[in-house]
Design a protein around this ligand. Structure first.
Ligand SMILES: [Zn+2]
Length: 247
């Protein structure tokens, strides 16, 4: 859908195509998980080359919060642009079609937002904590505050942990009355459908259902294709990224 709307430069990575050794094999895009920094840098270069991006993907230090950064501020912060440790944000809005922004995940959801008229884009990171805190609405609001029309915002929810394998306790389940259900197997446990929770948050923020796309892939069920924190513990990071430009 983003492609058809004029945003060809976006995607969600798998764990294939990189140079990292186990347990980060192979396309680990996270610097803070213990992998060799040279391998991570090479993985980023491979991704940028493969997609045809002119600049490195801007990303911030993710803290399961609701802060949304502006790409122009991140670009000023550090020349190498990747995983800027000084900036804590779980979403980045980008108004410059020469820049790409991304978020790292390993079971959490990466959400890409784009609005064709303003050409504004954003990448947002949401696990249960961020979703419950309102990071999805914060990402949409940030796009609108920079000039996007709410009516026109398109969203793509990337591969993330699914509603059959995301076991949570009462406390977390109670935060998602419409997206959690009692576990049929574990007494007192619940299963949280994170992609559904994100979709409901996007709808509540004012997006049309027809403007929301969901990848039909679970990171944990497909551990050979995606990094999964719940599945593997110490592991690499997938990335969802988007650029407002065209090739
Ligand atoms: Zn699953």
């Amino acid at each position: 859908m983003l492609e058809a709307a004029g945003f060809p430069l976006h995607g969600f990575t798998t764990r294939h195509g990189g140079v990292s050794a186990p347990p980060y094999d192979t396309l680990n895009l996270g610097l803070a998980v213990g992998d060799d920094p040279d391998a991570v840098a090479e993985n980023h270069r491979r991704l940028e080359r493969h997609v045809g991006l002119d600049a490195a993907i801007l990303s911030a230090r993710q803290v399961h919060g609701t802060a949304i950064a502006l790409a122009a501020d991140l670009a000023r912060e550090r020349p190498d642009r990747r995983e800027l440790p000084a900036v804590e944000a779980d979403g980045i809005v980008c108004a410059d079609p020469r820049e790409a922004v991304g978020v790292r995940t390993a079971d959490c959801a990466a959400i890409l937002l784009a609005e064709p008229r303003s050409r504004l884009v954003a990448a947002v990171h949401a696990g249960w904590r961020g979703a419950a805190g309102g990071v999805v609405a914060a990402g949409v609001a940030a796009l609108v505050s920079h000039g996007a029309s709410l009516e026109g915002i398109l969203a793509a929810i990337g591969p993330c942990i699914c509603g059959r394998c995301y076991e949570v306790g009462d406390d977390v389940a109670s935060l998602f009355p419409d997206a959690a259900r009692p576990s049929p197997e574990a007494r007192g446990k619940h299963l949280l459908d994170l992609p559904l929770a994100v979709e409901l948050a996007l709808r509540a923020a004012g997006l049309h259902a027809r403007n929301i796309d969901r990848a039909d892939a679970c990171t944990r069920c497909n551990g050979s294709d995606f990094f999964s924190h719940r599945g593997s513990g110490v592991t690499g990071r997938n990335m969802g990224f988007i650029c407002g430009g065209v090739r």
